[in-house]
Design a protein around this ligand. Structure first.
Ligand code: ZN
Length: 60
């Protein structure tokens, strides 16, 4: 699962910034809004050890 920071914040009900997460260097299709954007890979600081896939699983 890949999604852009905007959709990720929407899912998590948070306001992470580009400094708090690692974004891909190349734009990819966000699986939520279907726009071509840089997607969230992981957090910069490892406050949480899980991956984006885990966050999505939990949000369902
Ligand atoms: Zn999106």
């Amino acid at each position: 699962m890949r999604c852009c920071l905007e959709c990720f914040n929407c899912l998590e009900r948070e306001r992470y910034t580009e400094k708090e997460v690692v974004l891909g260097t190349q734009p990819e299709i966000c699986e939520i809004c279907r726009k071509k954007r840089r997607v969230v890979y992981r957090f910069v600081h490892r406050q949480r050890r899980d991956t984006p896939a885990d966050w999505f699983r939990r949000s369902k």
